[in-house]
Design a protein. Structure first.
Length: 76
């Protein structure tokens, strides 16, 4: 898969009412995960130090830390 490959999931255009409900430009969690996996595959292909699974794990860990340290103390 190349960067310009049409098989890579792309964000969808949302109406104003849909955008108000969703902060992500993907229809559902599966579409978001597929887009991430496609992006990780491109990165792993360009840099052999990382596998797709390692990149997914690092992304999940980074998101967890972000949520822990960005929340107010009362919201944790």
């Amino acid at each position: 898969m190349g960067i310009g490959d049409s098989r890579i999931p792309r964000p969808v255009e949302l109406s104003a009412s849909q955008a108000a409900v969703s902060k992500l430009p993907y229809l559902d969690a599966a579409a978001f995960r597929a887009a991430l996996k496609a992006r990780f595959a491109v990165i792993a292909k360009q840099d052999s130090r990382y596998t797709v699974n390692e990149l997914q794990r690092q992304f999940a860990y980074d998101r967890l830390l972000s949520r822990c340290f960005c929340a107010e103390d009362g919201e944790r």
